[in-house]
Ligand binder design. Structure first.
Ligand code: ADP
Length: 194
């Protein structure tokens, strides 16, 4: 079982890379953003609650997010590995993840791969993505900037948690998509138990 966390600000390319890497390595891609959007689309109670936060570009409360992640891990037993995209986003989530992985899979995070991209490029990428993503939180520059602020206020600090465990690698998130996939793949191969 290999557990990879893809980390980085909104628009850094986590979702794009996670999809390609999951296919390449045969791992299950788990995106908390996608799970929330699925719940919103189907108007579930979880979706209704998450919407009020997501529409403002704020983080959804930890308890709700962690419960959703736990359900998703339980729904997918017997995987070779997981690529987590968008979780953890707070130190409390990082601690919850360690406990969950231990409890459910007798495992832990193998490595956190962090994509760095400067803010103005993030804003441009997300605005461009909004043309076909249909996401309310992509369409408005104030909301985009609030998401980036949330990242620096609450998420960036999660690096300390993984650095303390020697499970953190900083990588360049600007460049050809394929080249970034290759760099990420090399890091996954180093820790993968395949
Ligand atoms: P992006 O990385 O581009 O911001 P995501 O799809 O990962 O896009 O997340 C969209 C929104 O979903 C976030 O702004 C936040 O409101 C919510 N969200 C996703 N993951 C989490 C999480 N782990 N904790 C809290 N909120 C989350």
């Amino acid at each position: 079982m290999t557990i990879i966390v893809l980390f980085g600000p909104p628009g850094s390319g986590k979702g794009t890379q996670a999809q390609v890497l999951a296919q390449k390595f045969g791992f299950k891609h788990v995106s908390t953003g996608d799970l929330f959007r699925y719940n919103m689309k189907n108007n579930t109670p979880l979706g209704q609650e998450a919407k009020s936060y997501m529409d403002k570009g704020e983080l959804v409360p930890d308890e709700l997010t962690t419960k959703m992640l736990k359900d998703e891990l339980q729904r997918n037993p017997d995987q070779k590995g997981f690529i987590l995209d968008g979780y953890p986003r707070t130190t409390s989530q990082a601690k919850a993840l360690d406990s969950l992985l231990e409890e459910l899979l007798q495992s832990g995070v193998d490595i956190t791969l962090a994509l760095s991209v400067e803010d103005e490029i993030l804003v441009e990428r997300i605005k461009k993505r909004s043309l076909d993503s249909g996401r309310a939180d992509d369409a408005d520059e104030n909301i985009i900037r609030n998401r980036i602020k949330e990242y620096y206020d609450k998420t960036a600090i999660v690096s300390e948690h993984y650095k303390a465990q020697n499970k953190w690698v900083d990588l360049e998130g600007v460049g050809e998509i394929d080249e970034i996939t290759q760099v990420l793949s090399k890091e996954i191969e180093k820790v993968s138990s395949l």
